[in-house]
Design a protein around this ligand. Structure first.
Ligand code: PLP
Length: 382
């Protein structure tokens, strides 16, 4: 058999979980398909209430919410922003677009989150912000990070693309920094295909965020009747999604308990059924500190070497199961090298990037699918 084996279990499969069709039909019938319609407002309000965030604004993607961070922090050419090397390109690109110089930090080998013990050495007088990424929806060590950012007067803004409804010490991820970004891309727990949200925990940033999201105009104030015409008042772009997408997303968010319960079952099934095999083969399963309630975004494993990881992915594929690796070290990417990145700068990132594999994880996985994945994994002997 070759890689042409029909897929039995896909890595991701975005599915409808509730009233998506009905709400999209309502949005169409209501005649309001552009941004900030009734379903966008419902999504914003639901997230504000559930998370206890003063202001939430849906965005066209997490990437765009991150771009809004850079505007809102007034990032200027020459400013430095500390970012884990082990993250998605958008975390860093958003700041580089405004002229910032990325300073890549390494991650902890256990959670793959920012290594808080090495952060302070990276802070300089040019540091504008530190961007924790809660990898796999497991919280970074926020107490230690906030202690540094407060003492050194640096902003903290969270890339919480993976972590909606995860918690650190009982508090929701995305509620620690002045700002946080969520993703509703089709690979996430809750989706509308492409989408995101900006969580604004510092109310002083709200009015400007509305302006930046509305092409640099005070259109939001105009719609609220606070000004009699709207005009160009600041920098900005078009970061608000169609209400049709918000209708789809609202149906998903309504089913949050059902979705999270299913994903918890999937994660626990993998963990329970793979832990003996992992131990026997020196494979590391995800570590969730007791201070964290994870968001059940993904299930990853760290294989001992790159060769074994590649062999493992090929083995699962021959059995009709799709598994994938994740981030390449950003400091060694073409762009990262242009900013001075070199091998050895972030040794943990360089190692885990070669070792990591993600198993199928989505809202339509059945027990039969899970049993197939587990038995294919256990057949991989080395
Ligand atoms: C950590 C992280 N940040 C940001 C993003 C970008 O999200 P989006 O596709 O919604 O722009 C991703 C994408 O998966 C991600 O993993």
């Amino acid at each position: 058999m070759t890689d042409q084996t029909p897929l039995l279990v896909d890595f991701n499969s975005p599915v409808m979980v509730g009233r998506e069709n009905e709400y999209m039909a309502q949005a169409i019938a209501g005649g309001k398909l552009s941004g900030d319609g009734p379903f966008t407002k419902k999504c914003n309000a639901l997230l504000e209430k559930e998370l206890g965030v003063p202001k939430v604004l849906l965005t066209t993607s997490c990437t765009h919410a991150l771009e809004m961070f850079a505007f809102l922090l007034d990032v200027q050419p020459g400013d430095e922003v500390i970012i884990p090397s082990f993250t998605f390109v958008s975390t860093v690109n958003a700041f580089v677009l405004r002229g910032a110089r990325p300073v890549f930090a390494d991650v902890r080998p256990d959670t793959l989150n920012l290594d808080e013990s090495r952060l302070e050495a990276l802070v300089t007088s040019r540091t504008k912000a530190i961007v924790p990424v809660h990898y796999a929806g497991v919280g970074c060590e926020m107490d230690a990070i906030l202690e540094i950012t407060r003492r050194r007067n640096v902003a903290v803004v969270e890339d919480n693309a993976h972590g909606l409804f995860g918690k650190y010490k009982g508090k929701y991820l995305g509620t620690f920094g002045a700002l946080a970004a969520q993703s509703f891309h089709e690979t996430k727990n809750f989706t509308c295909g492409e989408g995101g949200a900006l969580l604004i925990n510092d109310p002083a940033l709200t009015e400007r965020a509305e302006i930046i999201r509305e092409k640099g105009t005070n259109r939001s104030r105009f719609f609220r009747g606070q000004v009699d015409k709207y005009t160009w008042v600041d920098l900005g772009s078009s970061y608000l999604p169609s209400d049709l997408l918000a209708a789809f997303l609202y149906a998903q968010l309504e089913q949050r308990e059902k979705i999270q319960a299913h994903r918890r079952k999937v994660w626990n099934y993998y963990h329970e059924n793979l832990k003996d095999w992992a131990l026997a083969h020196e494979v590391h399963l995800p570590y969730v500190p007791s201070t964290c309630e994870q968001s059940y975004h993904m299930f990853y494993m760290l294989l001992p070497t790159l060769e074994l990881r590649q062999g493992f992915i090929a083995h699962l594929r021959r059995r009709g199961i799709a598994s994938v690796f994740h981030y390449l070290p950003l400091h060694l990417s073409d762009m990262g090298v242009r900013f001075g990145g070199k091998p050895g700068d972030c040794p943990v990132t360089e190692q885990v990037s070669n070792q990591l594999v993600r198993l199928p994880f989505h809202n339509a996985l059945t027990e039969d699918d899970l049993a197939k994945v587990v038995s294919a994994v256990q057949e991989f002997d080395f």
